[in-house]
Design a protein. Sequence first.
Length: 143
Amino acid sequence: MKRLLLLIACGLASSAMADHELDGRDLADGRALYGDYCAVCHGDNLQGQPDWRTPDENGLLPAPPHDETGHTWHHDNQLLFDYTRLGGAAALAERRVTGFTSGMPAFSDTLSDAEIWNILAYIRSTWPARVQQIQAARNPAHD
């Protein structure tokens, strides 16, 4: 049930952010920022932590991979942005998801919005074209 609620919630965008939010971003900056802030948990090669689908003794899931083997690409851009900016708990609370504990910290005090978008664009740039197309279709249409 928790997983179903999370999957449903992750398909919802909190505002009209479309795939274009990642277009034209600074991928070199995103890669550097990913290395500085994300790789410690999500891996230098976006591989995530071992057994990322199995909760630890506190009920927290390890950091998932951000490469095509993970589920990051299953989510729309706005959710990915909110999850990074607000942290997992707050982003899920905004979508009224309960019963799921997230260990993702908030980066709103550390990274600017533009820096978060650059990181997300870098992550997307590593996915195969087919995966990028599937993920792009999960975003609201651009005006």
